[in-house]
Write a protein that binds this ligand. Sequence first.
Ligand code: ZN
Length: 195
Amino acid sequence: MFIEPQRNIKTGWIEVICGSMFSGKTEELIRRLKRAIIAKQKVEIFKPSIDTRYDENDVVSHNSNSIASTPVTNAQSILLLSNDIDVVGIDEAQFFDDQLPQVCQVLANKGIRVIIAGLDMDFKGQPFGTMPALLAMAEYVTKVNAICMKCGGIASHSFRLINEDATVLLGEKESYEPRCRKCFNEGIREEMFND
Ligand code: ZN
């Protein structure tokens, strides 16, 4: 379990929570943000406006434990909306444009605690968007895992159950399932066989 660092001087830093779908990334983001709110810190939460799965203005996790958020169309907007804020939370970071790492650096350099949640890999098992850069920059990295729907092992991959081309296909439960490396690779091989 992640424990917030105690720092005497006012300094910012970057935390990344990453993993596959159904791994509890958003739950962990919400947990940290709620603790910051309890500590009377000013918190602002952003998500890409592309992600409208559940609610326009809420970061909503799969278990409906939600927290109010602001949808933004690009990463630069986060800078404009983060004046006088102690903690910035960013959900679904993999869907933001390539300015996000630079934006997070500016925020952290200004003394803001930045907490980022995002998918580390896409449905092809490739690093997703700017997540690799964010992981490299972060002071604290938490990788969470789901349970493989095939074998019950530890899952780190998001396997897509339907055949569509867009990488930005959002994660409804029926479209994806978490899988371990072995079961993910077996699924990919079966798909190639069927094509
Ligand atoms: Zn498995």
